[in-house]
Structures are given as C-alpha cells and as structure tokens.
Design a protein around this ligand. Structure first.
Ligand code: HEM
Length: 398
C-alpha cells in the first residue's frame, strides 16, 4: 500500500481515517516520493528537522499563481504571514503578536466563559442539537469577531467568508470556487477597511478583548502594518482561528464519547483538562498536513533532495510516532510529556495556540461537566478534507 500512496489521489477511506495509512508509511516508506516529485513525511524527527531547518520556505507566490491568478484571493493568500518567509513574515508576526499577549488573553477569558455559559444554558433547554453548528463553531466565531470588533449584524457572514476563502486552496478548483473566493475577500476586506477607519477615529472605543487598535497602531522598528497588510492578515486571523478551534472542540467531545473510560476519568478529576486538551490535539489534530519548499539542497530522513523540492508534512503521522510517544495509538488524557506538532513548530508555530487551548479547555471542560451523559442520536459526518480534520455534523442528545 505505501508504494501506491499519492498525495494528489486521496480516497474517501483515507479522508475518513488517515491513521492506518500514516502508520504504514511511517513503518515502510517514511520519506515517500509522490508521482509529482514531492515527498510525504510521516516521522516526528523528520518534521522536527523541517520546522527548524533554515532552507524551508513557506512562500507561495509561485505555487498559488496557476490556480488563483492575479485577483483578490491571490493578494490575500500571498500577503498572509503564514505563506511568507522572513523578513516580511517576521515583521508581520511581531505586529500580530500584540493580539495574543498574556494580558489580552486574560481579558478574553471572561468573554469565553460568558459565551460558553449562555450557550450551554440554551442547549440544555434544546436537549438535542448539532454539536458542530450549534456548539463547536459558535465560540471561536464569537471570539475572533470580538478580537476584530466585528458588529453583531455582520457576524453571521464570517463562516461563509472563511469557507469560500479556504476552499480556493484545494489542489483543483472550479471557476465558481474562484469567483466566490474572490468575492468573499473583496467583501470582507471592504468591511474591515470600514472597521479600521472607525477605529482610527475612535481608538479607545473597542470592546473587551478587541485587538484591532493594537494592530492598527502597533509599531515594530518604527513601522506599522500598511492598510493592505492589515486587512489581509485580519482575514487570515479569522480563517486561522475559527474552523481549527471548532474542530478541536468537536474532535475532543467525540473522542470523549468514543472513550467513556477517559470521559469518566475527566469527570472524576477535572484537573486533567489541560493534559486532556493536548491529548486531543495530538490524537486527532485539527490541522493534519503542512508543507514547505526547499530553498537549498537538504538531506531529510536519509534522502538527499534538490532545491525546489516540495514537502508534505504529515502532522497526524508524526503525532503517533512510537519513537516519540509511548503507546501512541492509545488515547490517554493524562499523557505527559506530550510535545505534539498540532500547532506545527519553528518560526511559523501557531500564534493562536494559547488562545485556542483556553477556548478548548473552557468549551470541552464545561460541556462534559454539564452534559456527562451526552450520546449521539444520528450518524456522524466527517469533514472530508485532507488538511483540516473535523466533522460536518454530529447530532447529539444531552
Ligand atoms: C486548535 C486550534 C488551532 C490549530 C490546530 C492551529 C494550527 C496551526 C498550524 C499547524 C500552524 C502552522 C502553519 C504552517 O506554518 O504550516 C498555524 C499557524 C498560525 N495560526 Fe493557528 N491553529 C489553531 C488556532 C489558531 C487561532 C485561534 C489563531 C488566532 C486567532 C491562530 C492563528 C495562527 C497564525 C496567525 C498562524 C501563522 C503563524 C506564522 O506564520 O508565523 N491559530 N496554526
């Protein structure tokens, strides 16, 4: 099987459950050559090397051109810090870091707690609901909307923007996907420009946990973000912070349904919630794949690769590598140490990691405490995407 694997021809069985394939590759062909000349890596040590190595590029200006052309989507994705190298990446990262200081996170924590309490009260009355639409997606959307100061009446549009902008990153896209993605970037961008203009006029008018003013007026070495950089990186924050965190919450609650012994362990000892969140992130990582391109010749896992080689980093494979994790196929909510790569590593390590862990801790911890007898009342539907792992729908009764 490993020899037949191809990253550009993934089947439904892989999208439902990629872990047996990751394992077979890791054991038999850990530096797997795809038909297009790229490599697919599944060992922890190889990913660690890639995250640290100076010759690994994240810049996508050349790779995105054929699919995205020259429009708003191309501008958006190639201005986002995640798809850039230093020095641009380092400058934007330093400025965005103002949104994630421990002080800002402390300000957001009561907002998170309030949002979850209100939501759980409503769901308790409902009794049966969809875990994704009615719970997991609500919190991260609210939080990111608060951070950017998005008005109440516009919040319902955010998910749709995000889905359309990210869909354009699939390997093959239709004209409709491209048109919808371009329109979403334009519309959301125009709205953010209005918000930014408002905040420039009234710098102190932001609500609790808002970070827009810090992003507008923040300076690194006397430089601020330009309007285009600001708008496109705010759009990126929405996309980065919202589906991933929703998937952490939903994957976590589903795992706790699937492993009742671990759910009972958490109910008996709520202090395990922090290690539980890390174990969910390791065992069913919301982001399964990353990629890098070599800017020089590099040896990875014993294979010498020329400059320009494209690498797929299987985070979900590395996170179950027995060379790093004892008994890696076991879901153990008390696992320590647990140095997983759910948030990647190196220069591009997730800027929102602490925030999403706080959101996950409160959302999952409070949900399980309030609804210890949760069970499914219909079939789960997996989100069938290789990069992002989560669910489309999970009907439950509490
Ligand atoms: C469980 C939730 C999350 C997961 C699993 C996750 C995962 C990741 C991963 C794997 C990367 C590295 C991408 C790469 O270079 O290959 C990343 C980058 C990033 N994430 Fe997250 N993320 C999560 C939540 C968030 C949140 C809540 C925010 C902000 C609101 C956020 C903001 C960012 C930013 C700004 C970057 C780019 C960092 C850089 O390029 O220097 N993420 N994330």
């Amino acid at each position: 099987m490993p020899a037949n694997f191809d990253i550009n021809a993934l089947d439904r069985a892989f999208l439902e459950d990629p872990f047996p394939t990751y394992r077979a590759l890791r054991e038999n062909d850990p530096v797997h050559l795809n038909a297009d000349g790229s490599y697919f890596l599944t060992r922890y040590a190889d990913l660690e090397l890639c995250y640290k190595h100076p010759a690994m590029s994240s810049d996508k200006k050349v790779d995105f051109k054929p699919n995205l052309g020259d429009g708003p989507l191309y501008l958006h994705h190639t201005t986002s810090l995640v798809f850039n190298d230093d020095p641009y990446h380092a400058r934007v990262r330093k400025l965005l870091a103002a949104a994630f200081t421990p002080r800002k996170l402390r300000e957001l924590e009561p907002v998170i707690q309030r949002t979850i309490d209100t939501l759980l009260d409503r769901l308790e009355k409902q009794g049966s609901f969809d875990l994704i639409d009615d719970f997991a997606l609500v919190l991260p959307t609210e939080i990111i909307a608060n951070m950017l100061g998005v008005h109440e009446e516009k919040r319902s549009l955010l998910r749709d923007y995000s889905v359309k902008i990210l869909a354009a990153l699939d390997p093959r896209i239709s004209q409709q996907t491209l048109d919808e993605g371009n329109a979403a970037v334009e519309e959301f961008g125009a709205y953010l420009e209005e918000l930014i203009a408002e905040r420039r006029q009234n710098p102190d008018a932001g609500g609790q946990g808002e970070v827009l003013a810090a992003l507008i007026f923040g300076e690194v070495d006397g430089e601020r973000l330009s309007l285009v950089e600001l708008v496109q990186n705010c759009i990126f924050l929405l996309n980065a912070g919202h589906e991933t965190t929703a998937n952490l919450t939903a994957n976590g609650i589903c795992l706790l349904m699937d492993y009742p012994d671990q759910r009972q362990r958490l109910l008996d000892d709520p202090g395990l919630i922090d290690t539980c969140i890390d174990e969910i992130l390791r065992f069913d990582s919301p982001v399964q794949l990353g990629n890098r391109k070599l800017t020089d010749e590099v040896e990875v896992g014993g294979v010498s690769m020329p400059r320009g080689t494209y690498l797929h980093l299987a985070i979900g494979g590395a996170n179950r590598d027995p060379a790093t994790f004892a008994d890696p196929e076991t879901f153990d909510i008390g696992r320590t140490p647990n140095r997983h790569f759910a948030f990647a590593g190196g220069k591009h390590i997730c800027l929102g990691a602490s925030l999403s862990k706080i959101e996950g801790r409160i959302a999952i911890g409070e949900f399980i405490r309030r609804f210890p007898d949760i069970h499914e009342n219909g079939p789960r539907q997996r989100l069938l995407r290789a990069r992002f792992r989560g669910y489309e729908h999970v009907p439950v009764t509490v």
